[in-house]
Design a protein around this ligand. Structure first.
Ligand SMILES: Cc1cc2nc3c(=O)[nH]c(=O)nc-3n(C[C@H](O)[C@H](O)[C@H](O)COP(=O)(O)O)c2cc1C
Ligand SMILES: [Mn+2]
Length: 462
């Protein structure tokens, strides 16, 4: 399908250039705060940004691959509205018939092996004004189950502490947490590789929620579906956890099972800072890289909405379609941080199914805090339209369901210690439908062939 470019950031950059979708910043930019500050001016726009001249660094820095679904759609040759369906198709195919990665003897990521390990010399940005330091925020962890050897892929944030130490945040319930516990039980540390500069196939595979990708399955196979061919890994020197053959940097690391390190603060997907606290401690043992590497990073807002959120959304859509008649579409809103707020669109067939959809959505994706269900004449991507349904159709007495003391997402400040209250809004019209709830429409007209005079708008006269 012509998607070979997805496996290599260099090829992605060529593809973006060819489509006019890459802004190049030629001026020298400081990697501490200035780079992310400039990038924020382009956030949600239709182009990614390449910083070509980073102060004190040879490598350029790419940012913004995920901040626009239009851009992602162009990269994946799919209309943006079809992205969730594409993602769910790939995951379903992988669940039935997984295409395992191939392990090559050598690959571009091994072009250079640094003589000394010093992470502090790499172009790792400090993103937000109160962040505790420089962060790898879009690098993929590959590790193996200490008991079964099954690979796991995930993305975690890693703070640079010193030349060979990182600190990592592992949310409760992650497979990395499970694998670390297994390593600890054996009195071992957990070896893993940190893969920096990878394309969206890997990014999405590693963001696939546990509900879609259980620990006994190697989720790297999901990336094979995106690439249209088996993904390529390459062996590491020090452990049996491989690296992505076409990554820009491959760090061989160990997650310590008997020590922790202070980590944070870090501006998170929530738009709030994750607190400074004791978290995972990592030793970097070896650094491999391309001869001419490109660092890749993301801004921690919309870019996460369009990865974790998109994957979660696709999975919730899959499950809801199985469980609730009439469910047509699901959107995880940006106001809901990409994965706390869902809008579900339903063609009602019987009273009560809209509320059933609320229950099913919460069951399908634990981080959700609010679920709003609307009829099929409401645009779920338009917050104004959703609010219209809430203000004109929702019964404020019977349509609001509150669920107390439930597990949610620990990063959400309203879920201290992963515990909080959730809310469902049934904003569908009563069923059977009544005429007073019908949406008024104008006759659908075309402007083609009409003589129309449109003046320029000027300032007021005085
Ligand atoms: C950009 C980005 C950053 C993330 N940061 C973290 C993080 O710091 N800690 C964490 O536990 N999960 C983080 N996640 C979410 C996990 O990578 C994701 O839920 C993944 O599916 C977990 O894999 P697992 O199911 O194998 O545990 C992040 C995801 C993305 C896309
Ligand atoms: Mn997993």
């Amino acid at each position: 399908m012509g998607l070979e470019h997805l496996k290599d950031i260099g090829a992605i950059i060529d593809d973006l250039d060819a489509m006019g979708r890459l802004v190049r910043i030629k001026s020298e930019v400081d990697i501490n705060l200035d780079l992310a500050g400039i990038a924020a001016e382009f956030e949600r726009g239709p182009r990614a940004v390449l910083f070509e001249n980073v102060k004190g660094q040879d490598a350029p820095v790419l940012i913004g691959l995920y901040w626009s679904r239009e851009l992602l759609g162009a990269l994946m040759r799919t209309p943006e509205r079809k992205l969730p369906a594409l993602v769910s198709k790939h995951i379903q195919k992988w669940q039935i018939d997984p295409v395992a990665p191939v392990v090559l003897d050598d690959g571009p990521v091994r072009e250079v092996t640094e003589k000394d390990v010093d992470v502090t010399t790499l172009p790792v940005p400090v993103h937000a004004t109160k962040d505790g330091g420089a962060y790898f925020d879009a690098a993929m962890v590959i590790t193996r189950d200490p008991d079964t050897g099954v690979r796991n892929a995930s993305i975690q944030r890693f703070q640079v502490i010193d030349k060979d130490t990182l600190a990592v945040n592992i949310d409760s319930g992650r497979h990395l947490e499970l694998y670390l516990a297994k390593a600890r039980a054996k009195g071992e540390h957990l070896a893993f590789t940190l893969n920096v500069g990878i394309g969206p196939g890997f990014h999405f595979a590693s963001s696939a929620p546990a509900e879609a990708a259980p620990p006994e399955k190697d989720e790297l196979g999901i990336a094979s579906e995106f690439h249209g061919e088996p993904v390529e890994l390459v062996a590491s020197d020090l452990s049996d956890s491989e690296m992505v053959a076409h990554a820009m940097y491959g760090l061989e690391c160990e997650l310590l099972s008997d020590e922790e390190h202070m980590e944070g603060p870090f501006a998170e997907v929530t738009g709030c800072y994750a607190a400074h606290a004791l978290r995972g401690k990592v030793k970097v043992k070896r650094i491999h890289r391309r001869k001419k590497p490109i660092m890749q990073t993301i801004l921690p807002g919309t870019e996460v909405h369009n990865s974790v959120g998109l994957l979660g959304e696709a999975n919730v859509l899959n499950l809801l379609k199985l469980q609730v008649p009439g469910v047509k579409d699901v959107f995880f809103t940006h106001g809901g941080c990409g994965f706390y707020g869902a809008v579900v669109q339903i063609t009602q067939t019987r009273a009560g199914w809209a509320k059933q959809a609320i229950l099913a959505a919460f069951a399908a994706f634990p981080p959700l805090k609010s679920v709003t269900v609307v009829d099929d004449d409401v645009n779920i991507y338009d917050p104004t339209d959703v609010e219209w349904a809430m203000t004109t159709r929702m019964d404020a007495d019977k349509g609001i369901m509150i669920f107390r003391d439930i597990f949610g997402h620990g990063l959400n400040p309203s879920f201290p210690n992963y515990l909080g209250n959730k809310v469902g809004y049934d904003a569908t019209q009563p069923f059977p439908h009544r005429p007073e709830f019908e949406r008024a429409t104008m006759k659908k007209m075309s402007l083609d062939g009409l003589e129309i005079v449109t003046p320029d708008i000027g300032a007021p006269k005085d």
